[in-house]
Design a protein around this ligand. Structure first.
Ligand code: SF4
Length: 259
């Protein structure tokens, strides 16, 4: 089972313990209004065009026989400004694991490892599971960044293969969770209970979205839910909307503020 990756970041100090290589997997069951990685939401590969820099030369639509024109409506390599990219590259589990393992001496020296992020990495759990098996055999420290929206069987299987988890608790009220992320939160809270009992080191995290997640009621309820466990509040990313125009989409939080 191949995996689809939209980015690999070398090296991060914000995605778990030590210095890490972060792998961003495509696909997410949620559609949070404040998502700052919109190119991670779809499981499909897609085109990103930095339209604000486009000179309108038309080079990208001339060769209609090019492979990327046939697939995406643009000849990616023809842009003289290098404004076009396809996000979503396929890897086999061993291809990705080998790439990560090649960094192991450096990752070990930085007290880190690999972090699987997204999107939602559990959307591609079969690929993730196979990749994690290879990495474990090679002694790579594995962290998982997850929204927790997955079948409990899947979550439990992956939990057994990782060394550290960063787990989002966004909104405690399920109706509001659905309104702002597209999904209710029951399964997320159930998996969070499994995480609490798992013995795997973890941190709960809450993105501080103005007037949505950072309300007094919501934070009090999260504080109660996470009592006795690590809980971090993540500042709102002011640049969250930056990539939406590249995908020809509108940043939804601007809409929500008018609700
Ligand atoms: S080739 Fe690049 S600059 Fe020219 S129209 Fe296409 S995106 Fe714009």
């Amino acid at each position: 089972m191949n995996g689809k990756i939209f980015d690999i970041k070398e090296f991060s100090v914000h995605d778990g313990p030590g210095g890490r290589i972060t792998v961003f997997l495509k696909g997410c069951p949620l559609k949070c209004l404040w998502c700052h990685n919109p190119e991670g939401q779809s499981l499909e590969s897609e085109l990103m065009v930095k339209r604000s820099f486009c000179k309108g030369c038309g080079a990208c639509v001339r060769n209609k026989e090019s492979e990327t024109y046939k697939k995406y409506g643009r000849d990616v390599s023809a842009c003289p400004e290098n404004l076009i990219s396809v996000v979503g590259k396929e890897y086999t589990p061993s291809e990705l694991a080998d790439k990560i393992i090649s960094y192991k001496p450096l990752l070990d020296a930085m007290g880190g490892g690999v972090t699987f992020s997204g999107g939602e990495p559990l959307m591609q759990y079969e690929f993730l599971s196979e990749c994690a098996d290879i990495l474990r055999e090679n002694g790579v420290h594995i962290a998982l960044e997850t929204c927790g929206f997955a079948k409990s069987k899947v979550f439990t299987e992956i939990l057994a293969k990782v060394d550290y988890v960063m787990y989002d608790i966004k909104i405690m009220d399920s109706e509001k969770h659905k309104l702002y992320t597209g999904c209710p939160n029951e399964i997320i809270l159930q998996n969070a209970e499994l995480l609490k009992k798992s013995g795997v080191p973890f941190v709960f995290r809450t993105p501080m979205i103005p007037n949505i997640t950072d309300t007094r009621d919501n934070l009090e309820r999260i504080e109660e839910f996470t009592k006795g466990f690590s809980w971090e509040k993540i500042p709102y990313n002011e640049l969250a909307g930056a990539k939406y125009p590249h995908l020809d989409r509108t940043y939804s939080l601007e809409i929500s503020e008018k609700i």
